[in-house]
Design a binder for this molecule. Structure first.
Ligand SMILES: NC(=O)c1ccc[n+]([C@@H]2O[C@H](COP(=O)([O-])OP(=O)(O)OC[C@H]3O[C@@H](n4cnc5c(N)ncnc54)[C@H](OP(=O)(O)O)[C@@H]3O)[C@@H](O)[C@H]2O)c1
Length: 657
């Protein structure tokens, strides 16, 4: 769709830079400054204008993108709408509530689209934060603190006049306001507000609007938020555009409500009573570009459904700013018109094709790209995993690898039922009966016992821990609470000289696992520690297809044949013990690839798994590792790096112990 840019300043160049990757094309540029208009028009090979009416008369473009300075937004949008053009406007929509409402009314009357920046609620970090809210991690949200520290515009902007004219309220505050409205719907009232004229005496150029605003806002269906917008507080102060939300069950910190890119620690979550943990993206995250929102608006227009959704939100945000000014001048509370603004729909869970191997059978289960290993075993010792599993849940792990043998299902259950835990549907729970429970009644009892300890009705997947059966020595409930000798007596049934086995074939054990499934105790079934031929036995003799196969996998032991056999059949592979092969993390090649990719050696191994569509399930008791391991699976290694890691394969690799 052809469009006309009105305003040819810095922001116009940002919009124009990404046009080539969209279905939009630039037909003309209009700016009061002829040199600026001509420069941008020449760069994009289109017409230049200095008069908007003339531009609208000369060009039959359906869409005007209003990129003028703050104070001109209202008038330019009005002219364009009146000329029957759809409009996308930079923020703010206008500088007073009445003008903003009139623009919206004109767009409605004429059946035109009206979009308004910022589109940053769709930024990758903002969406991740929205996901935590949608998942109920905060419970009811009672309070918020939002900052918009625009900073000394006279220091950092080469043309600060437009900013000085409108003040931080109509500039910076619009970012947190837009985001909060997109999450919670409209602001009902401004409870109190204050406006200061604080500014360095030495500065010649001063804001003509208050340089610092404080306001307390009540959202109709959300929190009470204290908003600070400032030109005086430097934009390099500790708080920049940070937002804190506090709920009954947990807190959320978003470091920049206006960010267009993401970083590991942009979003942090703190379950009540616990510190904040970074929640990194688990998928390759693309940054937001300025033209994305214009392209979306254009798509609606092309489909005959001109949207005014962000226009309504923009009008409401202006109404909030207007009410803040009134409350600062006359005292609050001041009611705010909703202008038809509504909260955005809850973002869809981000599932991208890239989390699965290209060659994978389409029926394969969709899994999170990383799981968290919950085993208590660590170098021959038992360690308490409560704290690290809690950190993993806070950091966003959505797949827990549990097992009867690990003995801590009751502790995981306690974490999953505590306030602030992810919803049941938000976690993939994998369980494994121990090899002493392969007979039917024992396996059913094991499944029921584990489920009751976990506090859930069914496993998402229940997988045979090992293909070979051992003698039963008794039930294994709450194993972690038993003396170590008793744990070992029950789980490693010693015979006269070696472990005592049981005569339950793999085919029979699989049948028993199917019985667990048939009774509704497991949504899917799987295998662990199997060879290709054992997998084939199950596939040939079993009634149910395994959904998951969990095996030791790392660069020394890449299990290519097994992975191919699984992926061909739509079976997902989980890599257990991905990091602990002796010497692996000291491999110079992992260090070198990591340097190229911005990853640690451990991160390279995890990204190497994710790139092949394999889900690694590392364990860690170091919070920094828990977080960086999630962030690593959002990375994809290029083919050359994959080859270098593949070359570490060691056919003679034997795990100790
Ligand atoms: N099906 C089976 O038979 C089977 C067998 C074994 C394991 N598993 C599953 O696989 C899970 C993981 O296996 P695992 O516990 O053997 O070990 P692993 O995940 O391969 O390795 C854990 C070790 O790696 C370190 N580590 C983790 N992240 C790191 C990072 N980013 N940088 C440097 N070091 C890092 C940990 O130290 P820190 O704690 O300091 O981070 C720990 O020493 C188990 O919990 C279990 O769920 C299944």
């Amino acid at each position: 769709m052809e469009c006309l840019f009105v305003g040819a300043g810095d922001i116009a160049s940002e919009y124009a830079a990404d046009l080539a990757s969209t279905s939009l094309s630039l037909a003309g540029v209009c700016d009061l400054d002829a040199d600026r208009a001509t420069a941008l028009a020449e760069e994009y090979d289109c017409s230049a204008f200095t008069d908007l009416d003339e531009a609208l008369a000369a060009l039959d473009v359906p869409l005007v993108v209003n990129l003028t300075s703050h104070a001109a937004h209202g008038a330019v949008t009005e002219t364009a709408l009146t000329a029957d053009r759809h409009v996308y406007s930079q923020k703010p929509l206008a500088l007073d509530a009445e003008t903003a409402r009139d623009l919206l009314a004109t767009a409605v009357d004429r059946g035109l689209a009206l979009g308004c920046a910022p589109a940053t609620p769709r930024g990758p970090s903002q969406r991740r934060a929205a996901g935590l809210l949608a998942n109920g991690r905060l419970g009811r949200v009672g309070l918020g603190y939002a900052h918009a520290h625009v900073g000394r515009v006279t220091d950092w902007h080469d043309r600060p006049d437009s900013f000085l004219q409108v003040g931080p309220l109509y500039d910076g505050a619009v970012y947190p306001l837009t985001l909060l409205v997109s999450w919670f719907g409209p602001v009902e009232r401004v409870r109190v507000a204050d406006a200061l004229n604080v500014w360095p005496a030495r500065e010649q150029r001063r804001p003509s609007a208050p340089s610092h605003i404080e306001a307390t806002l009540s959202f109709a269906t959300g929190p009470t938020v204290r908003l600070t917008a400032s030109f005086y507080a430097p934009h390099r102060s500790r708080e920049f555009y940070g937002l804190e939300l506090h709920g009954d069950d947990g807190s959320l910190y978003l470091s920049d409500t206006g960010a267009m890119e993401t970083a590991v620690d942009h979003v942090q979550y703190g379950r009540n009573g616990r510190g904040h943990t970074a929640v990194p993206s688990q998928y390759p995250a693309s940054s937001l570009s300025y033209v994305d929102a214009v392209e979306r608006l254009a798509a609606g227009i092309a489909d005959g459904e001109p949207s005014r959704r962000t226009g309504r939100r923009g009008a409401h945000v202006v109404a909030v700013c207007d009410a803040v000014e009134t409350a600062a001048r006359d005292g609050g509370p001041i009611s705010v018109a909703d202008c038809g603004a509504t909260a955005d729909p809850i973002p869809e869970p981000v599932v991208r094709p890239s989390d699965r191997d290209d060659a994978m059978e389409a029926a394969a289960l969709r899994l999170p790209p990383i799981g968290f290993g919950c085993s208590r075993y660590r170098d021959g010792e038992y360690v308490d995993r409560r704290e690290s599993i809690a950190t993993a849940l806070d950091a966003g792990y959505r797949l827990l690898d549990s097992a009867e043998l690990y003995g801590n299902e009751h502790r995981i259950g306690a974490l999953l039922s505590a306030p602030g835990a992810p919803s049941r549907e938000g976690v993939f729970l994998l369980g494994k009966p121990w090899r002493t429970n392969h007979r039917r009644e024992q396996m059913l009892a094991a499944a029921r016992g584990s489920l009751s300890e976990l506090g859930v009705d069914a496993f998402d997947c229940y997988a045979l821990h090992w293909p070979e059966a051992w003698a039963h020595r008794g039930p294994l409930e709450r194993l972690a609470e038993k003396p170590i000798a008793e744990q070992e007596r029950l789980t490693f049934p010693e015979g006269d000289s070696e472990i005592e086995t049981a005569s339950v074939s793999l085919a029979r054990a699989w049948e028993n696992l199917e019985a667990v499934h048939d009774r509704g105790l497991a949504r899917t079934v799987g295998l662990s520690n199997v060879s290709v031929s054992q997998l084939e036995t199950v596939v040939e003799t079993g009634r149910l297809r395994p959904a998951v196969v969990q095996v030791e996998r790392h660069p020394y032991r890449p299990r290519r044949d097994l992975i191919a056999a699984c992926h061909d059949r739509g079976i997902r592979v989980l890599a257990h013990s991905p990091l602990s092969a002796p010497g692996l993390l000291d491999e110079p090649v992992l260090e070198a690839v990591g340097e190229d990719q911005g990853l640690s050696p451990a991160g390279v191994v995890l990204a190497w798994n994710a790139t092949r569509g394999v889900v690694p399930i590392p364990s860690s008791t170091t919070p920094r590792h828990v977080v960086s391991n999630v962030a690593a699976v959002a990375e994809r290694l290029p083919p050359s790096a994959m080859e270098r890691v593949d070359a570490l394969r060691d056919p003679d690799f034997e795990r100790r112990g």
